[in-house]
Design a protein around this ligand. Structure first.
Ligand code: NAP
Length: 496
């Protein structure tokens, strides 16, 4: 093992790892604590997180932009109800610039390990460009950072291009090519309709049919945009309306029988676009709506109904140099294979290289089920915060509101430490246990556990360790009342 240099001169009060919505939000909301001593490490060449990486054709948000943006940085510029990836990326860059974050950003600087230095009560960050130290670390690496490509036998023997939707190879011209797409999640249903008109044939390997609802995207008129910009209260009103409508939908996730209403609409949406009963049967889900992410699209089903598309539901047995062989033994010759197979969600990024005071990594500490107080801080790991941590994901609305509430909590925890003149702060074991018990109780009976599907929301133990299973308002309430008693602070000489 390489010895760690723990006497780096590059010391910061706060080090943030990752520069997507979570990292940018953290830098803005927490900088006031220690202006001038905040650094953001970013492994890529620019900021943006998932909205930088996922630039596949058709990439867009499936939450209305008026809500999928920071409450403290509203924009009147969205041109459509659901913004495109390039707009969202530009928005995030603009917010970062407006708040003076660029000088704090260190791009192409992947963090390789984060280790607690007990003697000096600080974190040591080993990066690809050297060693830094920080009093506090915010891991803002996101839950969907590392693309997952399934382990298909002999895939390496395939002679054509192979890529994942989050690493789209724009140098590959798909025009008049035979293309295989694997996966039918939120990403695939956005890029399949974009490439279908270009390609000569498209074989779509579907393991589980998603529930797809109408998207109903529309341009935002000049008049609405002008009113949003100039008339006080309009922006807030539009946001509040979308927020309320989405919060109402939570009732069906918590009382799955109500999902029958949405299922009826989704079936009609399918029937309207797909006349062939055999294809319709393949595309009809066999589990309760909401168990997996509910997708929205107006062009996915029409694309699948085109004569150059074949939906294969038998599964993939192996690859050959020419294409993919399905489990019926049929070889499908293609020129390119595109994976829309999602992300490694079994562990949060970097958690296997964050080593706490007890000498174990966060991953080792957790075992097979990740957990955190407020989905954010972990007993035994002082001064460490996980943005989009365990149980922060959402199935029904904009996660950015969760991130903002997390920041409110982190801000309060750092303030407690400052006020007490302490060097560290962390949640107590009992408080973390209580929070996790609440999450488990709130998850009980929801569609995520009773809907009859297998989803990445549940971990290998069957626990929901990814989603916040209640209302945003509920989480926000918890985050706005900071409980000092739930925390342990230590000074160099003792603890309180
Ligand atoms: P995903 O939702 O995890 O979907 C992955 C797809 O690949 C599923 O259809 C899955 O099938 C399939 N798959 C995985 N492994 C496979 C295998 N070995 N063989 C065959 N099929 C396989 O991934 P995603 O579409 O990239 O979306 C990930 C998340 O990103 C979403 O849940 C959402 O949170 C986010 N997202 C958001 C937006 C947005 O508009 N805001 C857009 C895109 C993505 P099974 O269903 O059978 O597992």
């Amino acid at each position: 093992m390489t010895p760690i240099d723990n006497h780096s001169d590059d010391h910061h009060v706060l080090a943030i790892v990752g520069s997507g919505f979570a990292g940018v939000g953290a830098a803005i909301r927490l900088a006031h604590h220690h202006e001038g001593s905040v650094v953001i490490f970013e492994r890529a060449a620019s900021l943006g997180g998932v909205w930088r990486d996922n630039d596949y054709p058709g990439a867009a948000c499936d939450v209305q932009s008026v809500l999928y943006s920071f409450s403290f940085a509203p924009s009147a510029d969205w041109r459509t109800v659901f913004a495109r990836q390039s707009e969202i990326r530009a928005y995030l860059e603009r917010v970062a610039r407006d708040h003076g974050l660029m000088p704090r950003l260190r791009t192409r600087c992947a963090v390789e390990s984060i280790t607690w230095d007990t003697a000096r009560s600080r974190w040591i960050l080993q990066t690809e460009r050297g060693t830094s130290t920080a009093d506090h670390v915010v891991l803002a690496t996101g839950a969907l950072a590392d693309p997952a490509i399934p382990d298909i036998a002999d895939l390496h023997t395939f002679s054509g291009p192979v890529f994942h939707s989050a690493q789209w190879d724009h140098s590959v011209d798909l025009t008049n090519r035979r293309v295989a797409v694997v996966g039918t999640g939120a990403s695939a249903i956005q890029f399949v309709p974009q490439i279908q008109p270009l390609v000569s044939s498209l074989i779509l390997f579907q393991r589980t049919a998603p529930w797809v609802m109408p998207r109903n995207d529309a341009p935002i008129s000049r008049r609405t945009r002008a009113a949003t910009r100039w008339i006080p209260g309009v922006q807030k009103l539009r946001r509040a309306k979308v927020f309320a409508l989405r919060e109402l939908k939570l009732a069906a996730f918590r009382h799955p029988r109500l999902m029958a209403i949405g299922e009826k609409e989704a079936r009609a949406h399918l029937a309207h676009a797909v006349a062939d009963p055999a294809l319709r049967a393949k595309l009809t889900p066999d589990y309760r709506m909401g168990c997996k992410r509910i997708l929205i699209s107006d062009n996915y089903y029409p694309a699948l109904a085109q004569p150059n598309v074949d939906v294969n539901t038998t599964g993939i047995a192996r690859a050959t140099s020419r294409g993919l062989i399905d489990t019926d033994g049929v070889e499908h010759s293609v020129d390119a294979i595109i994976f829309g197979t999602g992300f490694d969600t079994s562990r949060l990024p970097l958690t296997d290289v964050v080593t706490g005071p007890a000498g174990s990594t966060l991953s080792e500490h957790w075992g097979d089920s990740q957990r955190a107080y407020m989905g954010t801080s972990v007993a035994g790991f002082p001064n460490l915060y996980l943005m989009h941590g365990p149980n922060i994901g959402l199935g029904h609305t904009s996660v950015i509101m969760m991130l903002e509430s997390q920041l409110r909590y982190i801000d309060a925890a750092m303030t407690l430490q400052d006020d007490r003149g302490a060097t560290t702060v962390e949640p107590t074991v009992a408080a973390e246990d209580d929070f996790v018990r609440d999450v488990d109780d709130l998850t009980d009976g929801t569609v995520w556990t009773s809907g009859g599907c297998s989803s990445w929301y549940l971990d290998s133990t069957g626990r929901n360790s990814n989603l916040w299973p209640a209302s945003i308002a509920g989480y926000r309430r918890r985050a706005s009342v900071f409980r000092a008693d739930d925390h342990l602070t230590r000074t160099a000489g003792g603890q309180s």
